[in-house]
Design a protein around this ligand. Structure first.
Ligand code: GLC
Length: 745
């Protein structure tokens, strides 16, 4: 009997397909207010085919960002109501063409147009990792708002940003798209960027839907290999990788995009735990989730789906509402419902979520409201947006070294400008540049010449931009006849981003040799580092008098760099991601755990390496200024605190140098004893302070006991009583602290 019963249950599981597995976690979206009736009224009119059509998304053939499926019937399918969204269609005119096709469908349901507006549309801002270095949340909100203004003027309703993946491994090429390695800071940046893209109302024509991606833990790919397996405890997921997504959700993010990787052995695209239990359930997410490009179909390669039909079944059951470029839903959803492998309520929920966003955008009122050519002409690459790009650029540059104040340069008579990147427009945009055109870009050469109009700029290539082969004769000549050398080295634009993982992140040895040879001329050498990830450049460091991490700064790169080199802007940025000393240290991050053998160079039986230091080249939070600051130890009003009592940390900062400057005072905590092992320190606050020479200011960084908590093994967020170190300083490694005690009651 038992055996029969067991087989029956098993069969019923198979017969009813993947839908029933997730049923207990199903939570229908709740729509309140005026849109509830509107969504319901459209739903009532829709056939099952039309509902499924809303869940189908195609890319235009013009600028595909993934592997395309040849299909020249997309416009016809749109007219037949088989498409709910298009991506990579750009321009007021072009989007109008597609929207007109949608208006020919039976119910005239408008399309929603998506695009990767990651750091600007046509006007490029610094790559997100660079902007994160600014530690200026309002700036990041404003650049997101600027990007939304420009994108919406070109018919775009939806950006696939912010990427909120925590990334701790410099080998992974997509670190460039996010806010770096810190969870708490990642939450702040997620909130800032969502509010920038979405503004106060999605009905506003200058705002667009944001998209928190890639849900979830995509940045934890093993060995830094893009798309690779993610294997961690749910404890690690909840304490490190989920919080920025939750922050985006709490900030009202309109959509999520799931991830290519698996978690707990289940591809994120079909992961019920992630998408239904947590996102739609625990977090009450009311938007919709789109797959990543082809990620539904890729579950066959994962070995998780037998075929596209099985993949579609598992994806919708797992909480994926829209299918980007797999065609699984369009091809099989109706059959799956007929075979009772998928319950129609899953489709209804997904479609309600999608329609709600179309109503919120005002597309049912006027499908063409974003197809305004005049608005496009006056918005794209406007002076306002260019100025914003320049502001963001100069605030994102990190000063890593400045021996004997060689920077800033004041009225040089001659500059040897070396390196092909100095004249590259293409590279300055950085990866995921949207439709950023190169003709608008200000190169480093152009920026410096404009900044120093009376200086003789002696340009020399120094090395081949493609082969890195040295071409230094002219460079050495230029150096010998100039007061100072500015040499730009680093990666190329296409060496970071998606599908750009690298096993070696050292700068090419020829580039580093070039810097050494330039130094041998006896001149001061200023190094500009370009790239979309932490780089390793130990060989050139001793020869560099100054080093600036200039990332990829976008359209106004040349002007932003010139503003910093000249001292018109005193660099204030801090590293949002650790720069390793060697790639063998990866993944490396500041908030590691103590272990039972705490790391200590030179000491035996400690967590580290026998052949080199465990310390990074440059730590999280590090960045110099042209002036100096003194930061006091924190002073709290008492030592004993009760739960939910604010902990006011007073800190005095003094500008001990001779130039106005801005310091980012960082606040870290350490939970000294807890029911699970905790990091040796965690960033929990920061404040930027502008000071005149000799000026002192006191700032108050406020902590609450909730900042001292963590997720326990049961997935609950708890705050335990006990002792906590409260530390402040100008980087994760230069801190002064006190200990406070948190009591239970
Ligand atoms: C890509 C990326 C994703 C992007 C999408 C659409 O594969 O993983 O971040 O938004 O496809 O371009």
């Amino acid at each position: 009997m038992k055996i029969k019963l067991c087989v029956c249950i098993l069969l019923s599981g198979i017969l009813l397909g993947c839908g029933t597995v997730a049923d207990k976690t199903f939570s229908k979206v709740t729509i309140d207010g005026p849109y509830k009736y509107k969504v319901d009224s459209v739903m009532k009119l829709m056939t099952l085919d039309e509902k499924i059509g809303q869940m189908n998304q195609y890319s235009s053939d013009v600028s595909a960002t993934g592997v395309m499926t040849a299909d020249n019937t997309k416009l016809q399918q749109i007219e037949e109501g088989k498409v709910g969204s298009m991506l990579n269609v750009v321009g007021a005119l072009n989007t109008r063409k597609y929207q007109e096709a949608a208006m020919k469908s039976r119910l005239h349901i408008p399309l929603i147009f998506g695009l990767d507006v990651i750091h600007g549309m046509v006007t490029n801002y610094p790559i997100p990792l660079a902007e994160a270095a600014s530690f200026d949340l309002d700036l990041m909100r404003r650049t997101a708002a600027g990007a939304a203004k420009e994108a919406s003027s070109m018919g775009i309703h939806w950006t696939f940003a912010p990427m909120v993946d925590v990334s701790r491994d410099a080998r992974w090429g997509r670190s460039m798209e996010g806010a770096g390695e810190d969870t708490w800071y990642g939450c702040q940046v997620a909130k800032a960027r969502v509010s920038g893209f979405q503004g106060k109302s999605l009905y506003d024509k200058n705002t667009i839907l944001a998209c928190a991606k890639h849900f979830a833990a995509y940045g934890a790919c093993i060995a830094g290999k893009d798309y690779n397996t993610v294997d961690m405890s749910r404890l690690e997921l909840q304490n490190v990788y989920l919080p920025p997504f939750k922050a985006a959700c709490d900030a009202g993010v309109a959509t999520f995009m799931n991830a290519f990787n698996d978690f707990d052995g289940v591809p994120a695209t079909a992961n019920t735990y992630l998408q239904r239990t947590i996102q739609k359930g625990l977090w009450h997410f009311s938007g919709f989730t789109v797959s990543d490009w082809g990620s539904i179909g890729q579950m066959i390669a994962h070995g998780y789906a037998a075929d596209m039909k099985d993949a579609g079944c598992k994806a919708i059951s797992g909480g994926c509402d829209m299918d980007m470029e797999s065609r699984a839903y369009l091809s099989y959803m109706k059959e799956l419902i007929k075979e009772k492998k998928v319950k129609e309520k899953y489709v209804d929920d997904a479609v309600r979520r999608i329609l709600l966003k179309k109503f919120e955008l005002g597309l049912f009122d006027d499908p063409y409201r974003y197809c305004d050519e005049q608005n496009e002409k006056k918005t794209v690459l406007s002076g306002e947006l260019r100025n914003l790009s320049r502001e963001a650029g100069k605030k994102s540059i990190v000063l890593l070294k400045n021996t004997n104040h060689v920077l800033p340069l004041s009225n040089p008579t001659s500059i040897a400008l070396v390196g092909p990147l100095c004249k590259s427009k293409d590279d300055m945009r950085g990866g995921w540049f949207g439709i950023g055109t190169i003709d608008g870009v200000v190169t480093i050469n152009e920026g410096l010449k404009k900044k120093f109009p009376y200086a003789q700029v002696n340009y020399a290539e120094g090395y081949d931009i493609n082969t890195n082969e040295l071409k230094e004769d002219s460079a050495l000549l230029a150096a010998k006849k100039s007061d100072v050398v500015i040499v730009c080295v680093g990666e190329r634009i296409f060496q970071s981003g998606e599908n750009r993982s690298k096993a070696h992140i050292d700068l090419p040895s020829t580039q580093q040799q070039l810097v050494k040879d330039l130094k041998s001329t006896g001149k001061k050498v200023i190094v500009l580092l370009c790239g979309g990830r932490p780089l390793i450049f130990n060989e050139l460091t001793p020869s560099a008098d100054a080093i600036l991490m200039t990332w990829w700064l976008g359209t106004e790169a040349g002007n932003a760099i010139a503003d910093v080199v000249s001292g018109d802007y005193n660099p204030s940025a801090k590293l949002p991601i650790t720069f390793p000393f060697t790639v063998g240290q990866c993944p490396i991050y500041y908030n590691y755990k103590s272990t039972g053998h705490p790391a200590k160079d030179g000491a035996p039986y400690t967590t580290g390496y026998m052949d080199q230091t465990f310390q990074p080249a440059y730590p999280f939070g590090f960045g110099l200024s042209y002036t100096t600051f003194d930061i006091s130890a924190p002073v709290t009003d008492k030592i004993q605190y009760k739960m939910n009592e604010p902990i006011n940390c007073k800190v005095k900062i003094t500008n001990t140098g001779n130039r106005i400057g801005k310091e980012t005072v960082q606040l870290y905590i350490k939970d000294k004893v807890a029911s699970i092992t905790r990091p040796i320190k965690e960033l929990k606050g920061f404040q930027q302070v502008q000071l005149n020479p000799g000026e002192t200011k006191e700032v108050v960084l406020v902590l609450n006991s909730s900042d001292l908590g963590f997720f326990n093994g049961e997935g609950q967020y708890i705050v335990e009583p006990g002792n906590f170190d409260i530390m402040v300083g100008n980087s994760s490694q230069n801190l002064k602290g006190i200990t406070i005690n948190l009591r239970k009651e």
